[in-house]
Every structure is written in C-alpha cells, then in structure tokens.
Ligand binder design. Structure first.
Ligand SMILES: Cc1cc2nc3c(=O)[nH]c(=O)nc-3n(C[C@H](O)[C@H](O)[C@H](O)COP(=O)(O)O)c2cc1C
Length: 327
C-alpha cells in the first residue's frame, strides 16, 4: 500500500512539475512575442526601423546589380521604396549615415540605368543630383581571390583559444576592444543588416554585480576586468519568419568578436545570457541596454594572468556525431 502511495505521489509530482515547466515556457514565449511585435519592423517605422529598412534595401539593390541576366530596370519597386524611406529618414534624422548608404545604392542603380527613358530614372535623376559627389559606399565591386591558403593561420587561432576563467588585474586600453569590435563587424549578417551591438563595461563593481546576476561566473567574477554584452536589435527584423534571426546573427557576431579579442592576445570567456524574460529586462535596466535589443551573450575579457593558466579540457565529441554527409 505504502509503495503504491509513493508511486502515485511521484507521478503527481511529475505531472505538476511538467505543468509548471509548460506554464513558464509559454510565459517566456509570450514575452518573446510581445517584445518582437513591439520592436521589430513588421509594424513599426520609427527611426531605427527606418534605418534598418534602408540598409536592407540598399543591399537588395546592390545584389540586384550583380545579377548575371539582369532584367531591364530590375528592382524598380525597390528603388521606389528606397526613395520613400529616405524621404522619411531625411525628416527624422538628416545626418544619419544610413542616408549615405541609401543614396550610394541609388546612385549605383542610376549610373547603371541612366540611359533608360523610364519615369523611375527621371525621378531618380532628381533624387541623386544632390548626392552625385558622394563616395561609392554601396554598389558592387570586383575582387580576385588569390587562392591563398589561410587554413594554417586560422587553425592556430582556433586551437589556441580556450575559455579563460582567471585574469590579470591589469587594466586594458579600450582601443584594443575598439579594434576587436571593428574586426568583428566583418562578420556576415543576414541581408547585411548588421544589427549586432557590443556594450562594454569596465567599472569593476558593475561587472561584478552583472556577473552575480548572471550566475555563470562564480569563482572568477571578481577578477573580470572588462565585460562585453553582445546584443542584437529587434528593429532590424521583420515578420514571423525572422523571429529567431537576432539570435543567429548575434551569435555569429559574438563568436567572431571572441576570435578577434583572442587574436589581440586577450583572454576571453563566453558567458551565457540564458535568462527568462523578466530577468533579461532586469539585466538590461541595470546595464542601460535598450529594451529593443535582445541579449545574446556576455564576453569576459582581460589580460592573461602571469605564468600557466588552468583551463577545463572541455573534450569534444566524435566527428561522426557532428558531421553527416548527405549524398
Ligand atoms: C554561449 C556560451 C555561453 C557560455 N556560458 C558560460 C558560462 O556562463 N560560464 C562559464 O564558465 N563558461 C561558459 N561558456 C564557456 C563554455 O563552457 C566553453 O566554451 C566550452 O566548455 C568549450 O570550452 P572552450 O571554450 O575552452 O573551448 C559559454 C560558452 C558559450 C559559447
């Protein structure tokens, strides 16, 4: 009888725990939905969304110009949308750099189709006049890849990076971080959206407190001299199908940033941002990160401590478990 009661009790506990889990999962998904609906550019066209829409369209136009069998006045409707968006941005923020990118894309299009006698070319002529002298930022160019073998150098970088959980107390010049971030900006991004951001914190107390909230750096949180928060802006993304793309682009940016920091001789450790919705909001409020950016990961950065440094071996699984070749 006792055994039977224990079995029933365990079963009920299991059911309750699964219900709790589902409730929290749904609450967090609801949080994701509301944040995405509020900040993505699906229904918003405020400053950030307009800038991102221009960046994306500029890329679409420049890609169109590279097509092998390009149709006459290919992408006319994109040019139309670009002019509208640029007029809107002109009103919102005249000095926006995104205007230059848009103007440059339109310029490339105009130069290509200048001889056509179409209404859009006439309108474009009026539009690009004031931008004729801008340097060509967008458009296309040609490169010849020399077939140089870079894999040995890249392997060196890959093999020598480890998560380091001990740092020298030495302060770090921010110039190094700046250079690493500019290297990380070479990362590919969907439609060239470039929506990843790096927030750098050097105040030891803020770093310590943030890591205390994060909970994944216990034992070394006091030693971390610089903390980078990698985020990705929702204003770059559109519609339901792109709901997860901020995590994809943000993750890629974070990884390249880690390698860039490593190439500068800095010790790094990626730290998760696996927060539930409320906790993410709390963390963003504490760090002053805008609500419309999703937190992707932290990177602890500093100089290596003197002498040998202990690392976890973190064994890798077998390649046959990772690689599937589909013929
Ligand atoms: C997104 C991400 C989150 C991580 N979060 C933590 C963390 O919270 N705390 C920690 O000590 N290590 C963290 N790590 C480091 C991993 O444990 C480490 O990358 C893994 O064991 C492989 O070891 P390696 O980086 O030395 O090659 C994280 C790594 C990634 C990529």
């Amino acid at each position: 009888m006792k055994d039977y009661a224990r079995k029933v009790y365990r079963k009920l506990r299991g059911i309750r725990s699964r219900r709790r889990f589902r409730r929290r999962l749904v609450e967090n998904m609801q949080f994701d939905v509301e944040l995405y609906e509020k900040h993505s550019k699906t229904f918003n066209r405020s400053l950030k969304q307009t800038e991102h829409a221009i960046l994306e369209l500029a890329h679409s136009i420049e890609k169109g110009l590279m097509r092998k069998n390009m149709r006459r006045l290919y992408g006319k409707e994109k040019v139309e949308s670009m002019m509208k968006l640029m007029n809107r941005l002109w009103c919102l923020k005249r000095e926006s750099y995104y205007l230059k990118i848009g103007e440059s894309a339109l310029n490339s299009y105009f130069i290509y189709f200048e001889s056509e006698s179409d209404e859009i070319v006439k309108r474009l002529r009026g539009f690009v006049k004031r931008t004729r002298d801008i340097q060509s930022i967008a458009g296309f160019t040609k490169v010849r890849i020399q077939g140089e073998n870079l894999s040995d150098d890249f392997k060196k970088i890959l093999i020598s990076r480890h998560s380091i959980r001990s740092f020298s107390p030495k302060d770090m010049p921010l110039e190094v971080i700046r250079d690493a971030v500019s290297m990380a900006m070479r990362v590919p991004s969907q439609c060239n959206r470039q929506s990843s951001r790096a927030h750098v914190f050097t105040d030891r107390e803020i770093v310590r407190k943030a890591l205390e909230m994060q909970r994944g750096a216990s034992g070394f949180s006091d030693e971390v001299p610089v903390l980078i928060s990698v985020t990705n802006g929702l204003s770059a993304w559109d519609s339901a199908n792109e709901r997860n793309q901020c995590f994809v682009d943000g993750g890629l940016f974070g990884m390249v940033l880690i390698y860039a920091l490593h190439s500068h001789g800095l010790a790094t450790c990626a730290l998760n941002n696996a927060f539930e919705g409320e906790k993410e909001l709390e963390m963003k409020a504490f760090l002053g990160i805008p609500e419309d950016e999703r937190m992707i990961l932290f990177i602890a950065v500093g100089y290596y401590p003197e002498g040998d440094v202990k690392i976890a071996k973190s064994p890798r699984i077998l390649i046959q478990d990772v690689l599937t070749i589909h013929n």
